[in-house]
Ligand binder design. Structure first.
Ligand code: NM2
Length: 543
């Protein structure tokens, strides 16, 4: 009887809380793309690649503008009056300490891909450098060390931070219990959000994220498999990769099910300590001086060339008789697109964990901790590999061209003292990094497909559902082929997010400026500024 009653209540709860148009819409799009890819992999591949070439070839300029635009917009907001708005009540303490906040933010926004690209991205640029530089030359070495850091630097983090502004504002200042992208653009779209346009925005975001996550899994799983194979001697097969994928899914499903404080936060804290260990180990036992010097040199090179790097599109490359390196489309535009499909999710997540901070703290914190973290990974791991290459201690590039990137990453680690230990820690770290991105992703997907998120947590079974949805599609495609097509599809499908980003920024400015204007002395009951109004300050200093 009780069980029946409970079951009955669960279903009524479910009917009331789940946002069915978004939920079903997302599944329809998901199957609508996956099933044709499974049935007609070759044709699907051709069509999607054509779409990709079209989008990145013709609209690269839009991606670049969104990147640099988001960066300057956020700097402006941080130092404007809107930046002083507190997310929560006036005396609201920060919900999480700075360390846990930074750890969660980094672990959510960054997955195992940083272990992959941090180690090996330089090797691609060394062979195919930007700006018409001679491959393998001294100049190419400096660009190779710097460009990865740039692709994971302040512009990328600005793309991540922007969506957090309106979302956090509505959730903590206007106190609306909805964590949704469509809700965050309401000030711009008005009642149109209540038409099918609202769910469409959320469905586009969900699809983009599922595809972006597929890209992460496609890179992460073979690398983890190489690590496990190195430790145990089991050969890398599709079976091993499947087991790994399922174990990872089980870990992040449990973490997501346990919730923000008991699951996601605990895993992020462990992640942070393992990162510190691996990076410190490579730094100390690797070429410490070379790593320090090359890292600093890269920071200088990026600062010196910040504007050219963030706007370079090789316009003459498309003209007849002119060499076209395809560097901007293949790398910078691709990267901005990849950060973009993740951005609404990270924005939602950053917003959710930022209660008690000011908008300025949220902006500066995310961009600064994020960039610094990535500099450490690329600086230490990447430059270690580069050093091996330049000294001839290990021919990274030769090995990579023969055995592929995942095996090369593990082989680079094998050049360190206590290599076995490091490979074990690195592999565990990759699994946790993957899990900490996917637990927060399933948490957020559940929040978006609900009408409301009371008490800050989406329904448990719903979080579990998205955890499995995140892994099933890549798993199916891994077996049937087409995983790469899906990645490309996700990048293409992320195209509308460019316009959504624009609306998100505008929404925040409109809502917060309206509220600031409407409130007498800028202090209505729900909105609190951190520092005294400059006018008040002047008054008191006059006395
Ligand atoms: N980004 C940061 O796979 C991952 O690490 C997740 C990737 C967008 C390049 C995000």
């Amino acid at each position: 009887m009780i069980a029946w009653y409970k079951k009955e209540r669960m279903f009524t709860d479910m009917n009331r809380i789940i946002d069915w148009p978004t939920f079903i819409g997302a599944l329809v799009v998901l199957f609508g793309v996956t099933i044709p890819l499974v049935l007609f992999p070759e044709a699907g591949d051709v069509v999607i690649n054509m779409a990709n070439t079209f989008v990145t070839g013709n609209f690269g300029v839009l991606y670049m503008i969104v990147g640099i635009g988001a960066f300057f917009f956020l700097i402006y907001v941080a130092f404007s009056k809107n930046g002083r708005v507190k997310l929560g009540k006036r005396d609201q303490p920060k919900e999480f300490s700075n360390l846990s906040w930074a750890a969660m933010l980094f672990s959510a926004g960054i997955g195992s891909s940083i272990l992959y690209w941090g180690m090996i991205e330089w090797a691609y640029y060394y062979q195919g450098p930007p700006f018409g530089v001679e491959p393998g030359s001294k100049e190419a070495v400096d660009w190779a060390a710097a460009y990865g850091m740039f692709h994971w630097g302040p512009i990328a983090w600005a793309i991540y931070t922007l969506p957090a502004l309106p979302i956090a504002y509505f959730y903590y200042v206007r106190r609306s219990p909805v964590l949704k992208i469509s809700e965050a653009v309401r000030p711009v779209l008005g009642k149109r959000v209540d038409t099918p346009l609202g769910p469409l925005i959320d469905v586009l975001f969900i699809f983009g994220l599922l595809g972006g996550a597929g890209t992460t899994l496609a890179l992460g799983t073979p690398m983890i498999a190489e690590g496990i194979s190195d430790i145990t001697g089991i050969p890398v097969t599709l079976g091993l990769q499947t087991v790994i994928l399922l174990i990872c899914t089980a870990i992040f499903a449990v973490s997501s099910y346990s919730g923000l404080r008991r699951g996601i936060k605990v895993l992020s804290d462990i992640n942070l300590w393992l990162v510190v260990f691996v990076l410190a180990f490579i730094f100390v036992f690797g070429p410490t001086v070379f790593i320090s010097e090359q890292t600093l040199t890269s920071i200088g090179l990026i600062l010196d060339n910040f504007f050219s790097m963030s706007t370079w599109l090789e316009p003459q490359g498309n003209l007849p008789d002119t060499a076209d390196s395809k560097f901007p489309e293949t790398w910078t535009v691709f990267y901005w697109a990849w950060w973009l499909v993740y951005a609404p999710f990270v924005g939602l997540f950053v917003a959710r964990i930022s209660r008690g901070r000011t908008v300025k703290q949220m902006i500066i914190g995310t961009m600064m901790y994020g960039t610094l973290g990535c500099i450490l990974f690329f600086g230490i791991m990447g430059n270690f590999g580069l050093y091996l290459q330049l000294t001839g201690a290990f021919d990274v590039i030769g090995f990579m061209n023969e055995y592929g990137a995942p095996a090369t990453i593990i082989e680079i680690l094998n050049q360190l003292p206590l290599a076995k230990l490091i490979v074990i820690v690195f592999t565990v770290l990759a699994i946790i990094f993957l899990a900490t991105t996917f637990d927060s992703a399933s948490y957020i997907l559940a929040a978006v497909a609900q009408k409301e998120v009371k008490a800050g947590e989406p329904l448990r079974w719903h979080r579990l559902f998205w955890a499995f949805a995140l892994c099933i599609m890549p798993l199916v495609l891994m077996y049937l082929g087409g995983l790469e097509t899906l990645q490309t599809a996700s990048i293409v499908s992320g195209f509308p997010i460019i316009f959504i980003m624009f609306m998100l920024g505008w929404s925040f400015m409109k809502a917060s400026s309206d509220d600031l204007k409407a409130s007498k002395n800028y202090q209505p009951p729900t909105i609190h500024l951190t520092k005294a109004d400059p006018k008040e300050k002047r008054d008191s200093s006059d006395k």
